[in-house]
Design a protein around this ligand. Sequence first.
Ligand code: PMP
Length: 356
Amino acid sequence: MSRAFNFSAGPAILPESVLQQAQQELLEWGDCRASVMEISHRDKAFVDVAARAEANLRQLMGIPESYKVLFLQGGATQQFALIPMNLCAPEQQVDFLLTGHWGEKALKEAGKVVNTRVCGSDAERGYRGLPAAEIDPQAAFLHVTPNETIHGVEMHSLPDSPVPIVADMSSTILSRPLDVSQYGVIYAGAQKNIGPSGLTVLIVDEALLGERKRSLPDIFDYRKHAAADSMLNTPPTFAWYLAGLVFEWLQAQGGLQAMGERNARKAQMLYDAIDGSDFYRNPVDPNARSWMNVPFTLADDALDKPFLAGAVERGLLGLKGHRAVGGMRASIYNAMPEAGVQALVDYMHEFAASHG
Ligand code: PMP
């Protein structure tokens, strides 16, 4: 057996060298004589791993000192509700800019704990681009989804906002450099560009965590998590350790500048293959095309099954599109090498030539 190129949207491909390192030290980690999974999260050895992961993430993203970095659980979905619960009183209003499925989900969940308003949406066009936003200056914050994983719509710049921006970066975090100080909150489920599922990273401007706006159980309270260095209860230690290895891998690749350049090349290669043929189609406006998730359809959807079967035979996995949009989707996160995208493009050319 050999490892295939995995284009899954998440959980997703991880750097092979990271998996190899984890495999090598799985039974005996450092001089612990036990697995990193088997030791207490309060053990100094693990506390050091956790602190190093945070320090490396801060270095990679240039996170200002005035921001807290929390390592949480519950996925991005839990944060859809916890962010408004931590940042707003129930009677306050939050604005949502909708560019796809996940923004809609965030809106629905937030609506259960705070007032919500849609300040811009591309829903009518089926989420193919970036709508204008009319942001209420009275809103507690603006919620955006900078990369919509299903629709393949990415905001390559932020809207001008009079209020703090809260960004669900689940599928684009660490894919290129960004200015953290432009955001009030950045959050992401780990299972795309960070590590295995089970871990959620939340980066929050301390200024937004001032006075508590409502009563919260401790486990839902970001202030409590921050005060406890994200060890209020037992954290997902293995996922945290593995995320730390991914951060070290990113540093060794040259950091986010180098990743951004590589990711731009990978995306270009794939969009060129799609645009250069009459057989494939991507519906997203060119200025909103995602670098991480590239949905595309074939000329005839009766060919979807043979396309997917042929892909699997060639070791190209996880290409089936989300049921909401159909067709194919290639997720080309940081850990997908350029050779993987090249292999996909070669296959697409051959398939179009024999079926077009
Ligand atoms: N937001 C985005 C942009 C996503 O891609 C996903 C998962 N695919 C989610 C939220 C939901 O994440 P989780 O499963 O970690 O709750």
